[in-house]
Design a protein around this ligand. Structure first.
Ligand code: SF4
Ligand code: SF4
Length: 289
């Protein structure tokens, strides 16, 4: 089984549309939506949830008011302003709490207990393209890297149990903890970029990250014809740095039309984007996987 990660270094470059299109092309496969902060692969693949599990990470304090003597030591020591004393007794402000545990450790009455923090859910679902592992992180919740790891582990287990040859992962944007969690140990990656200054800048950053993690990768230039000069500049950068280009996809309003209808462009098999994506997949099979 091979794991192919689709990343972009930034949001909006087209990685989710490409992931869904490739899934439609190679089905059945197993999918992992590792963009847990803003998951949207489900909008295109319409999963039916088979299993749901809570995701816990870090701790959340609770004040046991029977023991509290209102000394406000917890309020004085909390560096995150996460304890309010505007009410009769101190109160934890969950959204501001970083879960450091200092208040519980320092309460002279042992009136603060720490609970596991419920940060979201992860799901196993069936889609027309195969089993999909995905998740929903609660707004403001931390540790998306840990949740990405849980999603990947669940997807890998499903791929092995079902004997699938391909695990397709839709990666998170950026180059932070969640991307590192999605990238570590994959067989190959596709970096989707677009010919804009920010697209090129973020492609370079995530390419450097992939090199550091010794991940084989190639670049896909999406909407390549909206700025041919910048597309040429991206191609020249790739040549200079010995980075392969898996292919280019021209701009086509069909992407937006398909998105509005909750479809992938592969459902329009004779369209120009569908032909470009078929060529990219052939290239990926021959040169990357
Ligand atoms: S430190 Fe403990 S006893 Fe003091 S106000 Fe906070 S919870 Fe109450
Ligand atoms: S766990 Fe840390 S951040 Fe949260 S209320 Fe206690 S001291 Fe403040």
């Amino acid at each position: 089984m091979k794991e192919l990660l689709i990343i972009s270094g930034k949001g909006g470059a087209g990685k989710t549309c490409l992931t869904a299109a490739l899934a439609t092309l190679v089905a059945p496969c197993v999918l992992a939506d590792c963009d847990v902060d803003a998951a949207d692969l489900h909008l295109l693949l319409k999963p039916e949830t088979q299993k749901s599990e809570p995701f816990y990470s870090g701790v959340m304090p609770e004040i046991i008011y029977d023991r509290c003597v209102d000394c406000y030591r917890c309020y004085s020591l909390c560096r995150f302003g996460a304890i309010s004393i505007l009410t009769t007794h101190p109160r934890i402000l969950a959204d501001a709490c970083e879960g450091c545990g200092v208040c519980a450790d320092q309460c002279p009455e042992e009136a603060i207990v720490l609970h596991d923090r419920h940060c979201g859910e992860w799901y196993m679902s069936s889609t027309p393209c195969g089993t999909m592992a995905h998740a929903r992180l609660h707004p403001g919740a931390e540790n998306s890297g840990k949740l990405v790891t849980a999603v990947r582990q669940a997807a890998k287990a499903a791929a092995e149990a079902e004997g699938r040859e391909l695990l397709l992962s839709d990666g998170p944007p950026g180059i932070g903890c969640a991307v590192i969690a999605a990238m570590t140990g994959v067989d190959a990656a596709l970096i989707v970029t677009e010919p804009s200054l920010s697209g090129m800048h973020d492609m370079k950053r995530v390419a450097k990250l992939a090199r550091n993690f010794e991940v084989d990768f190639q670049v896909v230039i999406n909407k390549a014809d909206i700025n041919p000069e910048l597309s040429d500049e991206i191609a020249a950068f790739c040549r200079r740095n010995d980075i392969g280009i898996a292919g280019t996809i021209p701009f086509d309003p069909l992407f937006t039309t398909a998105l509005r209808q909750g479809k992938t462009v592969m459902e329009y098999p004779d369209s120009v984007p569908a032909q470009a994506i078929r060529q990219i997949w052939q290239h990926v099979q021959e040169k990357l996987l």
